[in-house]
Write a protein that binds this ligand. Structure first.
Ligand SMILES: Cc1cc2nc3c(=O)[nH]c(=O)nc-3n(C[C@H](O)[C@H](O)[C@H](O)COP(=O)(O)OP(=O)(O)OC[C@H]3O[C@@H](n4cnc5c(N)ncnc54)[C@H](O)[C@@H]3O)c2cc1C
Length: 489
């Protein structure tokens, strides 16, 4: 008998979503991630939970409707990680005409299944805070509702749920070989130790490594995929309001500028074809200049490449349109042959539909195992057991319970952990009860929680994926954190 029902290679959003879905349906699951969870494309996503306005131009109405239904589901199951915001598109005379934008947005509203979020509207920016950061002579903007998500915490939270449902999540475990018999026999280098694992089915969810994994680890013909790099820049805050600006660039690309971690603005996303090693994806100077120029067409405050405090890039596979045997949404393939164990192969895809993609992929295994029904659309992710409309109440409650928390700090922690905050702060009466601090906000209590419950091993795992505190942390605090973690592990 095989050790597991399903082995998953890759701990990005696709891998952990499959792990959560399958573990919750009663399968014995193991997930192997060579580095840290979410360290690939999944922490470089556009961070949008949306129907994707650009799809309106391609008349992909069914796809938008399905994505907007997923947006509703995310609000229900991850109210801490997913935040509804108003998005503003300033009307630029050189771009798509205002009547077209307005009709797009009316259609976008109509495609949403239930009116959970406020409808779109036309705004006179000369008398609206949206206009404060914009250059003159913008007179009109169009506002609509969508959501943003903390992408890397979404990965971790899915993994936590999968683990709590019995999945074995192994980070620092690289799969180096997988032989396909009537079961899969995998060899992994797990934190320096060679380990043999058997499983009845395998999911290749290695993102940009999908083709290489097929060729060198599974030794099967590589799927016909291309690689795309996506990039964004982080700059000091360009505006004070809690809106996302959507710009239409001269080449028709839509560029988003979002509030980011309080003091910053995130500008992106730029997609380019990519060749090279996915482990070292970096943004080019030309792409940084492109995003600065895009912002400078709209914002009063200029952004220059030297203002950029961080670039965020990731690569993922995109399916060759000629690829055969793919699911209808083109984002996974399922392969089963007589006397050969089943193989699922995932290809990139967006964050919004990741839950649905995993649900469909795992459902393809139903002929092979007894499995309980689909469940992930109704069950909150860990910490998400409250209504999204009560996020502010959760923050107030946290501040009442732990009076030493500042407003911004409480918001960060509720947004990251939701109702699981109790597991970190417990009965603490003051900051000293939480142990040594690394910078203004991070305490030993939070670090210990992240190490024991969320697989954090190194300082960067905490500073860039489980939080974004790396943006503001001083080098001496970072060194102290690294030393603390080394001693605690
Ligand atoms: C071009 C592009 C466009 C995108 N467009 C959108 C969009 O419109 N909207 C949106 O929301 N998101 C978008 N995304 C981002 C989206 O976040 C990701 O595609 C999504 O998170 C899925 O990532 P993944 O799990 O497939 O890959 P990844 O997050 O890269 O995960 C793959 C993991 O596999 C691991 N791995 C590789 N080989 C091995 C091995 N041998 N053993 C163990 N582990 C291994 C890697 O370390 C990595 O962590 C886009 C991304 C890209 C690159």
């Amino acid at each position: 008998m095989a050790d597991y029902d399903l082995a998953i290679i890759g701990g990005g959003l696709n891998g952990v979503s499959i792990a959560r879905d399958a573990a919750g349906r009663g399968l014995r699951v193991i997930l192997l991630e060579q580095g840290d969870l979410g360290a690939g494309a999944s922490s470089a996503s556009p961070r949008l939970i949306h129907g994707d306005l650009a799809m309106l131009e391609r008349r992909a109405f069914l796809r938008i409707r399905a994505a907007l239904a997923e947006r509703d589901i995310w609000l229900g199951i991850a109210p801490h990680l997913v935040r509804p915001l108003r998005f503003a598109i300033p009307a630029h005379s050189d771009e798509r005409p205002p009547w077209l934008l307005r009709s797009w947005l009316l259609l976008y509203d109509a495609l949403g299944s239930r009116p959970r979020l406020p409808a779109s509207m036309t705004v006179d920016v000369t008398h609206h805070p949206i206009g404060n950061a914009l250059k003159r002579p913008f007179g009109t903007a169009f506002e609509y509702s969508d959501c943003v998500v903390d992408d890397s915490r979404l990965v971790i939270t899915n993994a936590v749920d999968a683990a709590e449902r019995g999945a074995d999540i192994r980070t620092g475990a690289r799969c180096v070989r997988a032989d396909r018999l009537d079961i899969w026999r995998l060899v992994a280098i797990d934190r320096g130790h060679r380990r043999v694992i058997t499983a009845r089915a395998l999911a290749n969810a290695t993102g940009a490594w999908t083709a290489t994994t097929a060729e060198t680890v599974l030794r099967t013909p590589p799927p016909a995929v291309g690689l795309v790099r996506i990039s964004q820049i982080v700059v000091p805050r360009l505006f004070d309001i809690d809106n996302v600006y959507v710009f239409q660039n001269v080449d028709q690309q839509l560029i988003f500028a979002s509030p980011y971690q309080g003091d910053f603005t995130l500008i992106g996303t730029l997609s380019r074809t990519f060749k090279g090693d996915p482990a070292v994806v970096a943004m080019t100077a030309a792409d940084v200049a492109y995003l600065c120029d895009a912002a400078n067409r709209y914002f009063r405050q200029r952004v220059e490449p030297f203002d950029v405090v961080r670039t965020i890039s990731g690569a993922n596979s995109v399916v060759d349109p000629a690829g055969r045997g793919l699911a209808r949404d083109g984002t996974f393939a399922f392969d089963y042959r007589r006397r050969k164990a089943p193989l699922l192969t995932m290809f990139g895809g967006d964050v919004t539909t990741s839950r649905l993609r995993a649900e469909r992929a795992v459902s393809r295994l139903t002929p092979f195992y007894p499995m309980s029904p689909r469940w992930t659309s109704k069950t909150p992710l860990p910490g998400g057991d409250f209504a999204w409309t009560r996020f502010d109440d959760e923050v107030d409650r946290a501040r009442e319970r732990w009076r030493f928390l500042g407003e911004a700090e409480a918001r960060r922690m509720v947004a990251a952990y939701g109702t699981r905050l109790e597991a970190i702060l417990g009965d603490a009466k003051n900051r000293a009860d939480l142990g040594p601090a690394f910078g203004a906000e991070l305490t030993a209590a939070e670090v210990r929680y992240l190490m024991t419950k969320e697989w954090a091993r190194f300082a960067d795992d905490i500073l860039w994926r489980r939080s974004k505190l790396g943006l503001t942390m001083q080098p001496q605090d970072r060194d102290a954190l690294a030393a603390f973690m080394a001693a605690a592990s």
